[in-house]
Design a protein around this ligand. Structure first.
Ligand code: C2E
Ligand code: MG
Ligand code: MG
Ligand code: MG
Length: 288
């Protein structure tokens, strides 16, 4: 590959860039029609208390069934084109709908955490818009929670603190997602009105293989405990990672070893099979 670059480097890269641009505009077009037909789904991944083995909530993860592309690819495109506004609103409303449906079907109220993009969060009235969608959908403020990344908050820290405080005052819980991958600093973390931090899966997945990842994970757990925050480890793929995290004081577990993200319907089956019983780690039998 390096050889191909050589004197032709410019051309090589411009072809690659052009192909990428074509793929992006194709996805943008497809997103447009998918949005008009609400051609998306949410899948739900359980979050379980490591010590009681009880379910404490689920994370909603966006799926685009007819596209073969995951949110890591299409969400950034939706952000760049502004389509994220409608998509994000759909996610919030769909999560409310699912919350109500589970309640109607006899499940307890299960908090659903939705991922909020930096672009959505940038909007002046984000907190009020979020709350008014919940009101329109007639769910309580505890029905949904918000996951945000450090990058989203760092764009304007003082404003972010203000918006987070308004969300919290309305009863909406906040998680700091992918923690450890941004410019985390003790100083700013202690100023943030948040409820939980999520240890990024890139560290969790390397716990067994890499001492640096163990050191970072332990530091994040210690930090969270000092600040009296819940600490959720995401991307737990093995029993040994789970027991390592538990023994180091991590409070909540999420990952394929517990359960993969499931459709609303399959989640309900998963839940009913475990009602009143442990949600760890035999849950792995439900992996689809
Ligand atoms: P995230 O919020 O950090 O979500 C966690 C990701 O890790 C999800 O990927 C989930 O399926 C995956 N995961 C969970 N457990 C494991 C595990 O044990 N092993 C491995 N390898 N992966 C695991 P997914 O669903 O592909 O989503 C990727 C990212 O896309 C999310 O990262 C989030 O940043 C974004 N995203 C997903 N849904 C939405 C949404 O509704 N709105 C916005 N703005 N972003 C979303
Ligand atoms: Mg998340
Ligand atoms: Mg994450
Ligand atoms: Mg992530």
């Amino acid at each position: 590959r390096a050889k191909q670059v050589g004197r032709n480097g410019v051309q090589f890269y411009s072809e690659e860039l052009a192909a990428k641009a074509r793929q992006q505009s194709r996805i943008e077009e497809q997103l447009k029609s998918a949005l008009s037909r609400s051609d998306f789904e949410l899948h739900y991944q359980p979050v379980v208390d490591m010590h009681t083995a009880q379910l404490t909530g689920v994370e909603a993860l966006l799926r685009w069934p007819n596209s073969h592309v995951g949110p890591d690819l299409f969400v950034p495109i939706a952000e760049a084109t502004g389509q994220i506004a409608r998509l994000g609103e759909w996610v919030i409303c769909e999560a409310c709908r699912q919350h109500k449906e589970w309640c109607e079907r006899g499940l307890p109220p299960i908090p659903i955490a939705v991922n909020v993009s930096a672009v959505q969060f940038r909007h002046d009235d984000f907190a009020e818009q979020f709350a008014s969608l919940l009101e329109d959908e007639e769910v309580g403020m505890g029905a949904l929670q918000v996951e945000l990344t450090e990058t989203a908050l760092m764009e304007n820290l003082d404003r972010a603190i203000d918006v987070l405080r308004r969300l919290q005052e309305m009863g909406i819980k906040i998680s700091l997602d992918d923690f450890g991958t941004g410019y985390s600093s003790l100083n700013y973390l202690s100023r943030l009105p948040i409820n939980k931090i999520k240890v990024d899966k890139s560290f969790v997945q390397r716990i067994e293989h890499d001492s640096a990842s163990r050191a970072i994970t332990e530091a994040v757990i210690a930090l969270g405990r000092t600040l009296k925050l819940e600490v959720i480890a995401e991307g737990i793929e093995s029993e040994s990672a789970l027991s390592y995290l538990r023994s180091h004081g991590c409070s909540h577990a999420q990952g394929y070893h517990v359960c993969k993200p499931l459709s609303g319907e399959v989640f309900e089956e998963w839940y009913r099979a475990r009602e009143g019983k442990a949600c760890l780690p035999g849950a792995a039998v439900f992996v689809s």
